[in-house]
Write a protein that binds this ligand. Sequence first.
Ligand code: ZN
Ligand code: ZN
Length: 143
Amino acid sequence: MTAISNIDERLVSQLRERGMRVTPQRIVIHRELCGHSQHMTAEQVLGRVSDVLPGTSLPTVYSTLELLETLGLVRRVGTGNGALVFDSRVEPHAHTVCRRCGAMADLEGTAAPEDALTRAGATGFVPDHAELVVWGLCPACAD
Ligand SMILES: [Zn+2]
Ligand SMILES: [Zn+2]
């Protein structure tokens, strides 16, 4: 887990480079995803930041997450059940998703997303993103 000051610094320098404003919403939402919980839906982000940022709306959270995505600081992960999760780990990696509680975790040691991108590129297709999601029950729910 990276120190808060480093997390903030990365965002602030990205925003300044593009001549964009540094707002409390941007700082707090980015900090929440990068410092506390890596995988979150916009609704979960809103639940976590509403104490610190009273009056923040879901559309504001969405547009902030989209901005962070544009800056390359978070990426969106489609879970296949309509839920859109934002992930602060931006390099390609696979996930497990629990059908019962919805918990999402990184799956290490599989080269599948990168391999799929490479193979798609070899066909002349110009890929930009690949997703591997393994569905099932997390250890807690499987008990
Ligand atoms: Zn579960
Ligand atoms: Zn992840």
